[in-house]
Design a binder for this molecule. Structure first.
Ligand SMILES: [Zn+2]
Length: 369
């Protein structure tokens, strides 16, 4: 089950080590799986039921498990996810950055139960959540996702397959060459590394597209695995394809990339909306004070984690507004944002993916571009 053609786990791990440039700014410090505010939460088990280094799996409720990635130890899973086990079957979340990542989650699921897997669900289409989908295809597991996910995967990643690498990277390389100062050059170099890695990953990865699309107009979807009610909902913000999985009885939310915990949000997507995302976070903040969130990246958190992310959005908006009022053109503003002291430990996957993306979208929403 672990050797999904055409690459073995070992091959992938050696390839995945080249991913380091993408996460250079995320630091090499091992990431805690839990935010300190939820470390004593009785729903959350202190000891993982599986720990592969690059990800660990913890029980976070009755039949609820969270898979938490630590990219300082490898890029097999990259994102967080988890699984839900009812009395009749289970639901797996995310396909991760590679098929061995999805296989790790399946192996852990089998440690907990022999019940059939009802389906696997992608919270959205991004590569770090979807590139392992061939594992589900090869194992006959139905793959669910927002109805736009197949199209977005085709346009974003399948379109890279067989494309001319040099031509594809030329605009990012030009940005490095034309950088006006050291900071801009450093940002551009990080972005070039990130874009190169996504290109290379897409080119060596066979992808399975979701075969059970969920029409957002027909959501929320109530799901019954024979234990507790599960609700699948769509919210705007990160990618235009974002789904969350909510277990209201246990106050647990698998939030996908609508929540980044202890990290700057990735705002590069053409369907990312800053106003939409901020209003989604306002909704999340209105839920019960004891709500537990499994974020797309970073440690499991409570409402304090959502509040920190809202504070990051407020700071991005405040600095963008100030620069706009001072007449700073967008091409300079994207590099001039300063990470405040209180967020200096927050991970930034790549400047362009996160901060430049956010500033561009904020300028656009102000009608400045
Ligand atoms: Zn994402």
């Amino acid at each position: 089950m672990n050797s999904i053609a055409p690459f073995t786990r070992r091959q992938f791990l050696s390839d995945a080590s080249r991913f380091s440039a993408l996460y250079a700014l995320a630091g090499v410090i091992p990431l805690p799986a839990l935010a300190s505010s939820v470390a004593d939460d009785p729903r959350v088990s202190q000891t993982p039921i599986a720990d592969a280094g690059f990800a660990s799996v913890r029980k976070i409720g009755d039949g609820l498990y969270a898979t938490i990635s630590d990219t300082s130890k490898g890029f097999v899973t990259i994102c967080n996810g988890g699984f839900l086990v009812g009395k009749e079957g289970g639901l797996l979340l995310e396909a991760y950055g590679s098929a061995p990542g999805a296989a790790f989650q399946m192996d852990t699921y089998r440690k907990v139960t022999q019940l059939p897997v009802t389906s696997a669900l992608l919270t959205h289409y991004h590569f770090d959540h979807s590139m392992g989908s061939a594992f589900y295809g090869a194992n006959g597991i139905q793959l669910w996702g927002h109805a736009a996910v197949p199209k977005r995967i085709m346009e974003s990643y399948v379109a890279m397959q067989g494309a001319d690498r040099a031509a594809f990277l030329a605009p990012a390389e030009k940005r490095v060459k034309d950088a006006k100062n050291d900071i801009a050059k450093q940002h551009a170099q990080g972005d070039l590394g990130a874009i190169s890695n996504v290109f290379d990953l897409a080119n060596k990865t066979p992808v399975a597209l979701p075969n059970h699309p969920l029409d957002p107009a027909k959501l929320p979807l109530n799901l019954d695995l024979g234990h507790f009610p599960i609700v699948i909902e769509h919210y705007p913000g990160h990618s235009g394809t974002d789904l969350i999985v909510r277990v209201p009885d246990q106050k647990v939310v698998y939030a996908g990339d609508l929540v980044f915990s202890n990290a700057y949000p990735a705002c590069f997507d053409e369907k990312c909306t800053m106003s939409g995302w901020r209003s989604t976070l306002k909704t999340f903040a209105s839920w019960d004070k004891d709500t537990l969130f499994v974020p797309g990246h970073g440690p499991v958190c409570g409402q304090a984690g959502v509040q920190s992310l809202r504070d990051v959005f407020d700071d991005l908006a405040m600095q963008a507004d100030k620069m706009h009022k001072a007449g700073v053109p967008l091409s300079d503003a994207t590099d001039q944002y300063v990470i405040p002291e209180k967020f200096k430990n927050f991970a930034v996957f790549a400047w362009g993916f996160c901060i430049a993306g956010a500033i561009s979208k904020l300028y656009a929403e102000m009608g400045a571009v």
